[in-house]
Design a protein. Structure first.
Length: 217
């Protein structure tokens, strides 16, 4: 485990993410495919709820954040848990998938690049159990920096400490091979480190919009 992580220092990690980790731009991207028809939102790997705030402006939206890091969930609940339409749960999503809950907008924000392929498949499989046919699944992932990128992009990639950073093409190929997901489209967006007008650019994120395709009975 990296020394400076959400598990060891959840409050400091949350502050760092807001001021230097691109939280404001991530919130915008997390909601880019959201519409008012999406009433039940699930974020898998929600950490301290730093991205969750994007969905708080509409009281008719029911938001659930889930993470296995109980320290991060404690911080999230202290900050936002008093809202009646917001809940944060410390549990493995594979167990939560047995709850019978159904969502129409499922978000994975910066989660997959920290896990190997088998773990990613297990995390994504939960979206099949927690969804209906046509549920939108949004994948937001930082991409490997390119040689021509500025030093700040390479430094941000180092801070991310994700062992499985890859290219957008590789990620799309991986998702396209999952039988219960259909890739709708893919976009690449710059993400600014600070909350000040997306400056300076510290990373490129792939936004991959998928839909759950339930098998015909």
């Amino acid at each position: 485990m990296p020394f400076f992580s959400e598990s060891r220092f959840p409050r400091l990690w949350d502050i760092f993410q807001f001021w230097m980790g691109g939280t404001v731009d991530k919130r915008k991207l997390a909601k880019r495919k959201w519409t008012t028809q999406h009433r039940h939102v699930l974020e898998i790997g929600c950490a301290t709820g730093n991205v969750a705030k994007a969905f708080f402006s509409d009281p008719s939206v029911s938001y659930t954040g889930i993470d296995i890091d109980c320290g991060a969930i404690f911080v999230a609940n202290r900050r936002y848990g008093r809202r009646s339409n917001i809940r944060f749960i410390c549990e493995a999503v594979e167990l939560f998938a047995k709850s019978g809950a159904v969502f129409d907008y499922i978000l994975y924000c910066g989660v997959l690049h920290h896990n190997d392929a088998a773990t990613c498949l297990s995390l994504l499989a939960a979206s099949q159990s927690l969804s209906k046919d046509g549920t939108d699944v949004i994948i937001l992932e930082p991409l490997l920096p390119e040689p021509t990128d500025k030093p700040v992009v390479h430094f941000y990639s180092f801070l991310e400490q994700g062992r499985f950073l890859g290219s957008a093409r590789r990620l799309c190929s991986f998702l396209s091979d999952i039988s219960f997901l259909r890739v709708v489209d893919m976009e690449i967006h710059p993400v600014g480190a600070t909350p000040f007008r997306s400056w300076p650019t510290c990373a490129r994120f792939a936004l991959i919009h998928c839909r759950v395709a339930k098998p015909e009975i």
